[in-house]
Design a protein around this ligand. Structure first.
Ligand SMILES: Cc1cc2nc3c(=O)[nH]c(=O)nc-3n(C[C@H](O)[C@H](O)[C@H](O)COP(=O)(O)OP(=O)(O)OC[C@H]3O[C@@H](n4cnc5c(N)ncnc54)[C@H](O)[C@@H]3O)c2cc1C
Length: 439
């Protein structure tokens, strides 16, 4: 077998997004004798997207990967989380000591980061651990049995294991499943905005600067739409996302948004949001939100091919779990691949089969459950004004200042859903599953 390190596996990762980088660095950390090659289509890692909320199930992994110190200095760490009516007239939920609660409940924080900072830190960590990152390398096909990847320029990369992390618009996913697996419309889109403190001007600048420097997560919920705002980049940038019905043409997935159109759409929303929108000169992006029905499998039986991240479980960003669950995928897979160490080919074959079994058992059901929760969050946040919405508001407001018990419409603080999301320890789960039946 070409390109095989003497004592380890050769893992080829297709896509240097957060899922691919997580798996790459977790594999190298688990077993430095494994060789890891990351193939990435772009010529340069770009700062696609803007803010990303890394919840305790994710920051727990950043700590395990030795990234907590560098990223803490680039993060904005919110001290409260609030949900209000869209027009700012009613506070529906408020967790004042949010960060303390996170630390108490989960032992790890809730950080708001610039995606570029996170991706860069993870890529650098991969390189420092000895993984190879090959940019300008677009995979076009995979031989799933032999773990061989063919690139658009004709190059062929041979390995022992291939991990597909090529994102929502994956082309290779369908090759593996053996039938078309198009991403499905959710019916919603995101307007994504970032505002740097340096760009604030006019009479509102001082007030807005203070607001951005005071870290908190804010939600505004209205009919068919909600908005979320938080600071990133060490409290120097405000990240604002409006999530509303999709009016983009079917074939358009991303588009520069029209500022006037947006201001008109949200003219009745909280005056605070008007102040932010009033500062914008350019830079509104409209982003179609897609998802995918359950795939029959995320790995082949032989354990030579795996999928992780958005290519197998894209979801609505309404619980900020797309990237966090992609980090979990990477941690679990890396931990299990780290155990594959037999030099003899038969031993290795058996071990890889077991990795595929455990990986799918741990990750597929959880991925599905999180996807479904994001739709439930939409139902609860996007209620039309009327009786049901009034009931929701009453229920939420009746809990203000109290310790929440039982199901709560905002899953961000719901005592039933929050522990399921944030309490997940990917390494513990992977090790427990391995110990139940070691290979
Ligand atoms: C508006 C919005 C807000 C969000 N906010 C959050 C949040 O706060 N928290 C959170 O956890 N998640 C959030 N998400 C979700 C999160 O962004 C994704 O789930 C996550 O980035 C998926 O990572 P990935 O690595 O699977 O895919 P991607 O980030 O899409 O990476 C795929 C990579 O593969 C490369 N690639 C593609 N095809 C090939 C090929 N053929 N060969 C080689 N390389 C290839 C691409 O160039 C890319 O670098 C949000 C999403 C949206 C839309």
């Amino acid at each position: 077998m070409a390109d095989q390190p003497e004592d380890g596996l050769h893992l080829i990762v297709i896509g240097a997004g957060l899922a691919g980088l997580a798996a790459a660095l977790s594999t190298k950390l688990a077993n430095p004798s494994h060789k890891v090659t990351i193939l990435e289509t772009v010529k340069e890692l770009q700062e696609v997207g803007a803010g990303i909320q890394v919840t305790p199930n994710g920051t727990r992994l950043l700590a395990a990967w030795g990234l907590a110190d560098i990223l803490r200095s680039q993060a904005s760490i919110p001290t409260s989380l609030s949900v209000q009516r869209y027009d700012g007239t009613k506070l529906l939920a408020h967790e004042p000591n949010f960060q303390e609660s996170m630390m108490q409940r989960y032992g790890h924080g809730f950080w708001d980061l610039h995606r570029g900072d996170l991706q860069r830190a993870m890529a650098n960590r991969c390189l420092s651990l000895g993984a190879t990152l090959q940019l300008n390398s677009r995979a076009t096909s995979v031989d799933f049995d032999t773990a061989t990847v063919t690139l658009s320029d004709g190059r062929v990369v041979e390995g022992d294991v291939v991990l597909l992390t090529d994102g929502l618009w994956s082309t290779i996913r369908s090759q593996f499943v053996g039938k078309p697996t198009p991403a499905i419309l959710t019916g919603d889109l995101a307007y994504r905005i970032t505002l740097s403190l340096d760009d604030l001007s006019g009479p509102d600048a001082e007030f807005l600067t203070e607001f951005v420097k005071t870290p908190r997560v804010n939600f505004w919920v209205g009919p068919n739409t909600h908005a979320v705002g938080y600071s990133i980049s060490a409290y120097t940038i405000y990240n604002l996302v409006f999530l509303c019905p999709d009016d983009l043409p079917l074939e358009v997935t991303k588009q520069e948004g029209d500022l006037n159109e947006m201001r008109e759409l949200f003219k009745d929303w909280d005056p605070l949001l008007q102040k932010f929108l009033g500062q914008l000169k350019t830079g509104v992006h409209k982003w179609k939100l897609m998802w995918l029905e359950s795939l029959p499998k995320w790995a082949n039986e032989e354990g030579t091919f795996y999928m992780a991240g958005d290519c197998c479980h894209p979801m609505l960003p309404y619980l900020a779990q797309g990237a966090n669950s992609s980090l979990e995928d990477g941690a679990v897979l890396g931990h299990l691949l780290g155990k594959v160490n037999k030099k003899d080919q038969n031993g290795r074959k058996e071990q890889l089969k077991r990795v595929a079994e455990i990986y799918q058992k741990l990750r597929m059901e959880r991925g599905r459950q999180i996807q479904l929760e994001t739709f439930k969050q939409r139902d609860d946040f996007h209620m039309e004004d009327g009786e049901q919405q009034e009931k929701r508001d009453e229920l939420m407001m009746s809990q203000l200042g109290k310790e929440l018990k039982g199901a709560f419409p905002s899953r961000w603080t719901c005592p039933e859903i929050q522990p399921f999301l944030y309490g997940y320890d990917a390494y513990k789960e992977a090790e427990r599953a391995y110990q139940e039946n070691p290979f």
